[in-house]
Design a protein around this ligand. Structure first.
Ligand SMILES: [Zn+2]
Ligand SMILES: [Zn+2]
Length: 693
């Protein structure tokens, strides 16, 4: 007998997981993401006519839609179960619009985790589609469409063909470009440090050597500018007595942090595991949609991955507390449960990212997971369980030492007295990541050192004075972690947009990865300068943050989405008309290469295009001869005489080929002079990519 009800989710993995919970009265199908969208061939929004979007079924969704219509025929009800956020609500709304001819009883069900209990509870309480969420999503889509669709042709005319600009991406790119300029401008300052290797004079204690750093001279902070100064001071102090001025021991509590939001997960997965933001989201999506766990079958291992909330469901909190008590004992369980506050504006109905059961310990499920799934699950599980545990207690010892009356040295060290949450989430599994942010100063704090028992006024044995040269460092380039952090701090973007922003900028050749660092290309600098000059508010951080707040207000029913679009479009259109006239034309400034076209003999010029610089014939459009830009590196094949040019494979991977292709087929993944800098990255899910123009 055929099922009475049709359930629609976005992905086959999710369909498989849910299908098992619901039984034979329900048929579960996947929509494979969006089934309706703005058209590709035109803007699809008429600002003169109330901004009502003209949605179409994209070619790639046509088959799915006709299948869903067929399945819907004769069903009692359709349950729409896409993910619990604006985008999921919009997908549901589009599905309802397409299927309402077949079935009139269409309901929305949403759940935060793919466990039997949560799914059944949602099906007991189906609701109507929330138009406020849908409108917030429509407003974002239309805003991005307007900006992308109107700015891109302008860039084609003024800079180079094929270029594109996005609303939020351009603001993120501006941050990256400005950071690069700060770094270029930075002049390192020399400074020196002086440290003393000391121990007690008592023979039994002389093995316990510790380091103290010169901190003050008289009442002033010690500042040694150069080697001469340092050597002079060294020769004075070598003959002096070092005396303990004070010994202070203090207990310090280290509290656990809240469970993960999307942005915090992306940051820690980058610093601890070396995962890019896009990779973190791809792996987390798999954990959320369900993994086959032996006889248990497919089950979602974590709650929904796009969230800015740190809330925890009461049932999950109780279970975690029970787990902590059983596994670690009651000293590890706080008397009053830890409570965390979400940042202002976070959606309180949502939850933090957590394991669907604290009892599913990472090692127990390890054999069912891929290596990257295990690493990410382990991180999420530990962060959550630790968030429910007591503080770690450290003993901090600070010693002040004086020499020659006015030279004050400081030493400090930390010893753990009680591990608390750090029994689960310590520093142990922190890996030093390439491209990790450089700190302001070299890290000289000897946090881990142990001290002998010392008394006030005790005279110490000086083993050695160590002077060291340092330079102040420029601000670090952004990486996935620090860019996501700054985007969140400045209120730009939302949990669903951080990873696609970085991915889009990389795919459009506006940024390159060097190690882990994100560097702007020359093309990015040109485009950002033009956009900042002519569209100051679109490129303004506060304005963009304000737009995000307006989208939040649409979701809360406090603002009308069409009005928000009107308010944006008026000034934007004015700037656009002005920019069409006044924006500098970089295309016309293209420089000759000195070579002539082998097809028509006209001079060849260096031009800008969507992949950066390339060489084109000045006889365009009559002659369409183009070549990739030379890297200046000769082809490695003997007697070839060609040079290497950057090319792109179908999947977007970059490689270098010979300019004499197809006569020479030499290829290399890296330029012979370049070290292994390129980090390969898999693209995010198709629906994460903004396909505007
Ligand atoms: Zn030509
Ligand atoms: Zn060659």
């Amino acid at each position: 007998m055929a099922a009475k009800n049709l359930v629609i989710v976005e992905s086959p993995a999710k369909a498989g997981t849910i299908n098992k919970f619901l039984g034979k009265n329900y048929e579960v199908e996947a929509s494979f993401g969006h089934v309706r969208d703005l058209p590709k061939s035109k803007m699809g929004v008429d600002p003169q006519n109330g901004f009502i979007p003209q949605y179409v079924v994209p070619t790639k969704a046509k088959k799915t839609v006709s299948k869903l219509k067929k399945l819907a025929k004769g069903k009692d009800a359709i349950y729409l179960a896409p993910d619990p956020d604006r985008e999921g609500e919009a997908i549901s709304w589009h599905l309802a619009a397409l299927l309402s001819e077949e079935v009139s009883n269409i309901k929305r069900v949403s759940f935060n985790e793919l466990t039997k209990e949560a799914v059944m509870r949602a099906f007991d309480h189906p609701r109507d589609i929330d138009q406020k969420l849908v409108n917030a999503q429509q407003a974002r889509r239309v805003l991005d469409r307007i900006v992308g669709y109107e700015l891109s042709p302008l860039l084609w005319k003024k800079v180079g063909r094929g270029l594109s600009a996005g609303r939020v991406q351009s603001v993120a790119l501006r941050l990256i470009v400005e950071r690069e300029r700060e770094i270029k401008k930075f002049k390192p300052q020399e400074y020196w440090s002086l440290r003393a290797k000391l121990s007690s004079l008592r023979t039994s204690e002389q093995e316990k050597i510790f380091l103290a750093k010169l901190d003050r001279i008289g009442k002033k902070k010690a500042e040694l500018k150069n080697e001469t100064e340092t050597l002079k001071l060294k020769s004075i102090l070598e003959k002096e007595e070092f005396r303990v001025l004070s010994v202070q021991k203090k207990e310090r509590q280290r509290k656990p942090q809240a469970p993960f939001t999307t942005s915090k997960l992306q940051q820690e997965a980058y610093t601890r595991l070396g995962f890019s933001a896009a990779r973190t989201m791809r792996v987390a999506q798999g954990l959320y949609e369900g993994v086959e766990i032996g006889s248990e079958g497919s089950v979602g291992l974590i709650t929904y991955l796009r969230t800015d909330s740190v809330n925890i469901a009461e049932s999950a909190r109780k279970e975690a507390n029970q787990f902590v008590k059983e596994k670690f004992g009651k000293d590890y369980l706080p008397k009053v449960p830890n409570f965390y506050r979400s940042k202002k504006g976070a959606q309180e109905a949502h939850e933090a990212i957590r394991p669907t059961s604290a009892y599913r310990e990472p090692d127990q499920v390890k054999s069912f997971l891929s290596e990257e799934q295990f690493k990410l699950y382990d991180l999420i599980w530990r962060k959550f369980v630790a968030s429910q545990m007591t503080a770690a207690i450290d003993q901090v010892t600070s010693i002040e030492i004086v020499a020659a009356v006015e030279y004050f040295f400081k030493a400090s060290g930390t010893r753990n007295l009680f591990p608390g949450f750090s029994a689960v989430f310590g520093e142990v599994n922190r890996v030093k990541k390439k491209g990790k942010e450089a700190t302001e100063e070299d890290d000289e704090e000897e946090e881990e050192q142990e001290f002998p028992e010392l008394n006030q006024d005790e005279i110490l044995k000086l083993h050695e004075l160590i002077g060291a040269q340092h330079f102040t460092k420029p601000p670090a380039r952004y990486n996935d972690a620090s860019l996501v952090r700054v985007l969140e701090e400045k209120g730009i973007g939302r949990p669903s947009t951080y990873a696609p922003i970085i991915y889009t900028l990389t795919a459009r050749e506006y940024i390159e990865r060097k190690g882990g660092a994100l560097m702007p290309t020359e093309l990015a600098e040109i485009v950002i300068d033009l956009l900042v000059e002519h569209f100051p508010y679109v490129l303004d951080i506060e304005f963009t943050a304000h737009m995000e707040e307006e989208l939040d207000k649409i979701e809360e029913g406090e603002m009308d989405w069409i009005q928000v679009l009107h308010d944006f479009y008026g000034p934007f259109e004015e700037h656009l008309q002005e920019a069409k006239e006044k924006m500098k034309n970089v295309r016309r400034e293209s420089t000759p290469t000195g070579e002539n076209c082998e097809k028509c003999a006209k001079p060849m010029m260096i031009k800008w295009g969507r992949f950066g610089k390339f060489v084109a014939c000045s006889g365009f459009p009559e002659c369409r001869n183009t070549k990739p830009m030379s890297t200046g590196v000769a082809c490695s094949k003997p007697d070839c005489g060609g040079y290497l040019v950057a090319r792109k494979a179908k999947g977007g991977r970059k490689f270098f080929g010979c300019s004499k292709y197809p006569n020479c087929d030499y290829i290399a993944n890296q330029l012979p002079t370049q070290a292994s800098d390129s980090t390969e990255e898999k693209p995010p899910e198709a629906d994460e990519i903004d396909e505007d123009v």
